[in-house]
Design a binder for this molecule. Structure first.
Ligand code: GLY
Length: 581
């Protein structure tokens, strides 16, 4: 499908959130029509899955400033259809050199807001370095072509959608505190107060367009040194933050070995630590395969109970062991080993929910934990779709799963003066105090304590599932935003496709269940379960919390029999799936 002019744009919008339809060529799913259109444009221009995913990521930075941006970072899995090789790139933010273990603690207590709002929350951004490295290593098109749609979107402007409204509303006070962010993302009322722009209002980002143009011409150097780097460091330091031009100049992406496992005969490659998501995906699917070798019937209460209990235990391991493997000895191989997964599965009572606190610290499963037996419990509103995911599979079988974020909605709410670069608040993904929950209610331990140069633990879980017939061919590319709920969203989409044989559109639509060990609650989204099933789970001891909705799964599926691609964008958000006929 060629993408030209307004008529095409209207047609694209009309296609949003429909059931997955087949494509003979490449296919893409993202959280924004403009990003999917840019990805498709790259495929039409002869680019591959990487060109498409990187174009979409740069557009996402412009049109979804509340989810991701060039001031953030992320993870990507890239599969080469010809060689059958898959690579993982970690371009997540790192703690600045002057960061300290207790930088968010005063009088023995974590100061609320310090690691989420304002300049001290900012970690060294990795997105620009990551996107450009992906392009250099795997792409076919030059940066000037790949960045063009993002530059055009920044100049032309984006209109304020209902999603923008709800995200900006949630961060209104934070945005108001930064003059540059207010100038770009809010409007002045007649009374002189800073307010949400009305729905339909067009926001232009000329400063960001100039920054992107400089990057398109000068490469990552144009971001990590010179005018842009100085503006980032000056803005952060003027507000009491610690990021320096030296931190930016020293930033390096990190190639990682994809984490490998399997589910019911399908090979799975996912993101290793510092992602905590990949480990959870392999542990939970591995446990389910052991506990229900015959497969999982749709919404069967017994199967749901086993899923919740496996997830609870996976999140205990997450809290206890996971962090940046370059800084501590993260026992990744052991955590996804058949023996450990068998232990995890074997510890589940098939009839009764285990109280989360009973898994700490006296239990043999948690011995040696730095977590206390009474960790603070924070019950967050499930995170509202900051972070974003892009899935692409092209006509040649190359595939990209890329998840990227600035952490909380609108990140730290700080924009580097004159650059349009909205900066992340990724420092909140560290344990500000081991054992004390962060903005997602996640409790993490000593391996995730703050250290200069360290990557904070992440939930981002870009994942590829391979065909049973040919384990070198990608069958499903999937990922989601949703903070702590990302891994469980990915697990459920995979299970719906593999166990339920569900069409990928239906699989991303399905209601979801989430547990994260603390708080000890089973979150059920509004389309999750009917009352009788909920009652059965309650009778087993699960404390149910009804939650509006969460996540935004973006997935592309290849039918191994026909080779047709099917792409699906989660109807919970404003995204769109597209493909080549
Ligand atoms: N900042 C959200 C995550 O990486 O999990």
């Amino acid at each position: 499908m060629a993408v030209r002019g307004l008529a095409a744009a209207v047609l694209l919008l009309a296609c949003a959130a429909q059931a997955a339809r087949p494509y003979r060529g490449g296919a893409v799913a993202t959280a924004y029509p403009q990003a999917s259109a840019a990805a498709l444009e790259m495929l039409e221009k002869g680019g591959n899955a990487t060109d498409a995913a990187v174009a979409a990521a740069f557009v996402a930075a412009v049109v979804g400033p509340y989810h991701s941006g060039v001031g953030g970072g992320g993870f990507a899995l890239v599969h080469d259809g010809k060689s059958g090789e898959t690579k993982a790139l970690d371009f997540r933010e790192v703690a600045p050199k002057a960061a300290t273990r207790d930088m968010y603690v005063k009088d023995g207590k974590v100061v609320p807001g310090l690691s989420t709002d304002g300049p001290l929350a900012v970690a060294v951004p990795g997105a620009v370095a990551g996107y450009l490295q992906l392009l250099k290593e795997h792409g076919k098109l030059p940066p000037s072509v790949v960045l063009a749609p993002a530059i055009a979107a920044a100049r032309k402007g984006i209109w304020v959608t209902p999603r923008y409204h709800s995200m900006a509303n949630g961060r209104l006070e934070c945005l108001r505190r930064d003059a540059e962010a207010s100038r770009i993302f809010l409007v002045k009322s007649e009374g002189g107060t800073l307010e949400l722009p009305p729905l339909g209002h067009v926001l232009k980002q000329p400063d960001l367009a100039r920054t992107l143009e400089a990057v398109a011409k000068g490469g990552a150097r144009a971001f990590y040194s010179g005018r842009v780097a100085k503006a980032i460091a000056d803005t952060v330091q003027a507000g009491g933050g610690v990021l320096t031009v030296e931190d930016l100049a020293a930033y390096k992406t990190r190639p990682r070995q994809p984490l490998e496992g399997g589910y019911r005969g399908h090979r799975i490659l996912t993101m290793p630590p510092p992602s905590a998501g990949g480990v959870a995906v392999l542990q939970v699917l591995g446990a389910l395969e052991k506990l229900r070798p015959q497969g999982i019937a749709f919404k069967d209460p017994e199967a749901l109970h086993l899923y919740v209990e496996a997830v609870r235990r996976a999140y205990v391991d997450r809290a206890k062991y996971l962090g940046d493997p370059d800084f501590s000895d993260v026992p990744t191989a052991r955590l996804v080993s058949p023996g450990h997964i068998a232990d995890l599965a074997g510890s589940i009572d098939p009839k009764k929910a285990t109280a989360s606190l009973s898994l700490l610290p006296q239990s043999p499963r948690t011995q040696g934990s730095t977590l206390t037996d009474k960790p603070a419990v924070h019950t967050p509103e499930p995170e509202k779709k900051n972070t974003t995911h892009i899935s692409v599979i092209d006509k040649d079988g190359n595939a990209v799963a890329l998840t990227t974020t600035i952490n909380y909605g609108f990140g730290s709410c700080v924009v580097a003066k004159g650059t349009g670069v909205l900066l992340n608040d990724e420092m909140d993904d560290f344990a500000a105090q081991p054992g004390v929950p962060n903005a997602y209610g996640l409790v993490t331990g000593e391996p995730n304590a703050i250290q200069p140069g360290k990557v904070p633990q992440s939930s981002m879980t870009p994942t590829l599932v391979f065909s049973k017939e040919d384990p070198r061919k990608v069958m499903l590319a999937v990922g989601s935003p949703g903070g702590s709920t990302i891994p469980t969203t990915v697990i459920q989409v995979i299970s719906h496709v593999v166990d339920g044989g569900m069409d990928v559109g239906r699989a991303v639509n399905e209601g979801r269940l989430h547990h994260q060990y603390l708080p000890d609650e089973l979150w059920v989204d509004k389309w999750g379960l009917e009352p009788a099933t909920l009652a059965t789970l309650e009778a087993r001891g699960h404390k149910i919390r009804r939650v509006d909705q969460w996540g935004d799964a973006e997935a592309v599926f290849v039918d191994p029999k026909t080779g047709l691609r099917y792409s699906a964008s989660d109807p919970r958000n404003e995204g769109m799936s597209l493909g080549q006929d």
